[in-house]
Design a protein around this ligand. Structure first.
Ligand SMILES: [Zn+2]
Length: 185
């Protein structure tokens, strides 16, 4: 089962080449430097219209990148880490997963530790919204709870729609196969 957002690029520490360009012009490139105990390399390529473009060399694939990311205490490019931009992740996901994440996001406004897997969430969603914390305004709590259940309802409808469309697709395939058999006979 997937943990929430584990490969989302904005969740990780990042080092960008752009803010370093000025300083890099003042020194000899390529060179290596130590970042949090890991040896990284900066290199340069010539621009078409003169001047240089500076790059990090990914220690894993050895390709040039303008940014490196730190995951599990290793600095590498986003591809080697398998990191995705938020819209890439959302594109890949069925809509109900997005609604699930939205619901979790709302619940985390009350309990930042709130985390649950999709399956247990679906099985017992009715009881999972966090209790009202002391000090939170009743109306704020009610509004969040409403938003949460709105997202869940949306999620369940989207799951339903998906099941129905899969079922229809299956029926259609079956008809096609059946009609092929009749033709064969
Ligand atoms: Zn790489």
């Amino acid at each position: 089962m997937t943990q929430l957002f584990t490969n989302r690029i904005d969740k990780y520490k990042c080092i960008q080449i752009k803010p370093l360009s000025k300083a890099l012009k003042q020194r000899e490139v390529p060179f290596s430097f130590n970042l949090e105990g890991q040896l990284l390399e900066i290199t340069k390529t010539a621009c078409n219209y003169g001047g240089w473009r500076y790059w990090f060399v990914c220690p894993s694939c050895q390709k040039r990148f303008t940014a490196l990311y730190c995951k599990n205490e290793r600095w590498m490019c986003r591809k080697c880490h398998g990191l995705l931009y938020r819209d890439q992740i959302e594109e890949k996901q069925p809509k109900y997963i997005q609604s699930f994440h939205n619901a979790i996001r709302v619940a985390r406004k009350i309990d930042p530790q709130f985390n649950v897997y999709l399956i247990e969430f679906i099985q017992q969603y009715g009881n999972m919204f966090p209790m009202k914390p002391r000090g939170m305004h009743v109306q704020t709590y009610a509004r969040l709870k409403f938003e949460y259940y709105q997202q869940i309802e949306l999620m369940l409808n989207q799951m339903n729609a998906l099941t129905i469309s899969r079922y229809k697709h299956g029926q259609q395939l079956k008809q096609e196969v059946d009609s092929m058999h009749t033709k064969d006979n």
